[in-house]
Design a protein around this ligand. Structure first.
Ligand SMILES: Cc1cc2nc3c(=O)[nH]c(=O)nc-3n(C[C@H](O)[C@H](O)[C@H](O)COP(=O)(O)OP(=O)(O)OC[C@H]3O[C@@H](n4cnc5c(N)ncnc54)[C@H](O)[C@@H]3O)c2cc1C
Length: 386
């Protein structure tokens, strides 16, 4: 076992850290307050290779490994969780989904556009009546006389929905047979029949754009089906395995930012004539924060390492990804909670970023599978029971 990173991994970490500190951190509070999408930063991140880190160079990406992706995501999330949400969807859900399941034409056309930052990607599984129970979707795709697919329905909570050019969408092609009747499609939002609907007002990650999307007789050309008919649900779940490594990294980034701010505050802030970091109750919190932060990072790196092995040799990494997401998201929630507490009144103030970290951390326990769903995935793998 070797805990050192390679030169390439350190290089992308340094590129991401530099951009995060110089360009993202200075505007994060303002964009959060306004709920404004960081379009310019996303385009520049595309040029730096951060929107398609694991995408091969042949399709316009950085051609790097899953550990590089984790390191870069942590840096971006530590500056602004909302920007890292957009980055995560582009990398893990959109690009990864098409790279794993798409045709050569689909990879050249869609992955290249998203990996370069020219366009923004989205992933649409959730519907108003189905989130954890995703196979209970109602969006319907029906084949027309030309063999193309006519799509009708509504998806909810779609990250980057209002700004995405391309979307990986899941819809029912054969009703009545559950998950086996779901297929995946690549949607071009410039086509007729697509509508970005109601914006979802959110607690955190407010600079990311989230909305409902609607399909009204949208015609998807047959060549834009992703993978085989009836294999859409397996594609959706496989993509989420990779996505959960991204969300675990995001949680680690938020937690690290809160932890580092707290360390500084515990040295600087005095009460009863002493730095508050000299009080044993503060010290215990700091020790627990550091242990949870490192445990979260190590589980996330293990999941990324396992994914890298399966990329080369086949196999699965879903349980490792679920463990990383579960532990990292709960660590982020706990650490940001303690960070607000240790900052006292200033932790509650919008003059400091702690309250933003606290609000942003919560989403990591909800999207791409709630903590309850991660526990189901892990326990089912361990027991072999369903
Ligand atoms: C900001 C944001 C961005 C999002 N972005 C996207 C996106 O880009 N694309 C997309 O497709 N979706 C997206 N989502 C949707 C997200 O993935 C779902 O909200 C999530 O999966 C939970 O589904 P739900 O909201 O329907 O909750 P429900 O499934 O209704 O769950 C409600 C509660 O019941 C619990 N529960 C449900 N089933 C079980 C069970 N079997 N055992 C125990 N407990 C259970 C859940 O854990 C939860 O606590 C986003 C959501 C948010 C909030």
């Amino acid at each position: 076992m070797d805990f050192r990173f390679t030169d390439d991994q350190l290089s992308i970490q340094s590129i991401a850290r530099d951009f995060a500190q110089k360009r993202i951190a200075p505007v994060a509070a303002e964009l959060d307050a306004k709920g404004e999408f960081p379009l310019e930063n996303i385009r520049e991140m595309g040029q730096l290779g951060l929107m398609g880190i694991e995408v091969p160079e042949a399709y316009g990406g950085a051609g790097m490994d899953p550990i590089s992706y984790v390191l870069a995501m942590v840096e971006i999330a530590a500056a602004d969780a909302a920007t890292s949400t957009i980055m995560s969807v582009n990398n893990s859900l959109f690009c990864n989904g098409i790279l794993k399941n798409g045709t050569e034409e689909q990879k050249q056309k869609y992955v290249r556009a998203i990996a370069s930052g020219e366009a923004i990607g989205a992933y649409a599984l959730t519907e108003p009546q189905s989130g954890s129970d995703a196979s209970n979707m109602h969006t319907r795709a029906v084949k027309n006389a030309n063999g193309d697919w006519v799509i009708n329905g509504k998806k909810s909570w779609i990250t980057s929905g209002p700004v995405a050019r391309y979307i990986v969408l899941f819809a029912v092609t054969t009703p009545g047979i559950g998950a086996r009747g779901v297929s995946a499609f690549i949607i071009d939002t410039a086509r007729e029949g697509f509508l970005a609907g109601k914006t979802e007002p959110k607690l955190g990650i407010r600079a990311s754009a989230t909305c409902e999307i609607e399909f009204h007789d949208y015609v998807c050309p047959k060549e834009d089906m992703l993978g085989e008919e009836g294999k859409g649900f397996a594609i959706a779940m496989g993509v989420l395995d990779a996505g959960r490594i991204g969300i675990a990294s995001q949680a680690v980034g938020i937690a690290r930012a809160a932890y580092e701010a707290t360390l500084q505050w515990s040295r600087d802030r005095k009460a009863f004539g002493h730095p508050i970091g000299t009080f044993q109750m503060t010290q215990a919190k700091i020790a627990d924060m550091k242990c949870k932060l490192d445990a979260a990072l190590l589980l996330t790196l293990r999941a990324a390492w396992t994914k890298a092995q399966t990329d080369k040799n086949g196999g699965r990494f879903g349980t490792e990804a679920s463990m990383a997401k579960l532990v990292a998201s709960e660590a982020a929630m706990w650490i940001t909670h303690q960070a607000v507490q240790i900052h006292g009144g200033m932790g509650y103030s919008k003059e400091m970023p702690l309250e933003r970290y606290f609000r942003d951390a919560k989403i990591t326990e909800i999207y791409e599978g709630t903590s309850e769903i991660q526990r189901l995935v892990i326990a089912r793998a361990e027991t072999g029971l369903r």
